[in-house]
Design a protein. Structure first.
Length: 116
């Protein structure tokens, strides 16, 4: 009887890990979009000289487009790397700490967009 409970607990841990990983995947791409918005706001606040069609605003849009591809690659690397790491180190302290750190950084990036 205890074997059945252990399998159920293992299933719950697997479901929790998969759920957290999927959450980090979604938050990674929201954080990238939010980070690009923050960079545009900061650029516009210090260098924009008014109007959507000003050269500074167009430069900010160009900067956003330039940063989109590297940040997208970084997001994919975080997604694949996180999946591989958690597959190898499932249910270890290091794996749960990495989940916590990843979620902390992502939530920090999302909160950055709220305050800037």
């Amino acid at each position: 009887m205890s074997l059945g409970m252990e399998k159920k607990q293992d299933f719950r841990l697997v479901a929790l890990a998969i759920g957290l990983w999927l959450l980090t995947v979604v938050l990674t791409f929201y954080a990238i979009v939010n980070l690009l918005e923050v960079l545009m706001r900061v650029y516009a606040a210090f260098w924009a000289d008014g109007g959507f069609y000003s050269p500074a605003t167009q430069a900010a849009i160009g900067l956003r487009q330039f940063l989109l591809l590297p940040l997208g690659f970084l997001g994919v690397a975080i997604t694949i790397g996180g999946a591989e790491y958690h597959r190898e180190h499932f249910n270890t302290r290091q794996s749960w700490r990495l989940f916590a750190r990843t979620l902390g950084v992502q939530l920090g990036l999302l909160l950055l967009g709220v305050f800037i």
